[in-house]
Design a protein. Structure first.
Length: 142
């Protein structure tokens, strides 16, 4: 009489008896789930690498934009464009101050022009007086 196991359970029992299949511990992953875990792990590693690359690019962009922003801010301060922020009172105060400075500068320029004219006239008078003295005194003997 020959032994005939019934169904899958019987086949597994027969395989265990002949030593062709190792028994699985309860809760241990089967070969199919282990392969799936390796695939998931590889996919997660690829995704992690892609995310790290995106993070590095984002940080580089952020540094670039921050440098550009600081440069623009310095230019605005140098040009006096900080008043373009919408503060009308600050803009008016600045215009009044600059007009006052311009008026004082123009006034000072006119005073300097008059002083130069007086200096040139005085120089001409002195040169004429020196020439007269030289003619009146004659040659100076030593």
């Amino acid at each position: 009489m020959q032994y005939k196991p019934a169904g899958f359970a019987g086949l597994m029992a027969a395989a265990l008896l002949w030593g062709t299949v190792a028994p699985e511990a309860p809760g241990a992953p089967s070969d199919g789930s282990l392969t799936m875990t390796e695939r998931e792990s590889a996919e997660m590693r690829r995704e992690n690498a892609a995310l790290r690359e995106q993070l590095a690019l984002s940080q580089t962009e952020a540094e670039t934009f921050q440098k550009e922003w600081l440069d623009l801010r310095l230019r605005m301060e140098a040009l006096g464009l900080e008043s373009l922020t919408g503060d009308e009172a600050a803009l008016e105060a600045r215009v009044v101050r600059l007009v006052g400075e311009l008026y004082r500068s123009e006034k000072r320029n006119r005073e300097l022009e008059r002083a130069v004219v007086r200096f040139l006239e005085a120089q001409k008078v002195l040169q004429g007086a020196n020439a007269l003295d030289a003619v009146q005194l004659g040659p100076v003997s030593s």
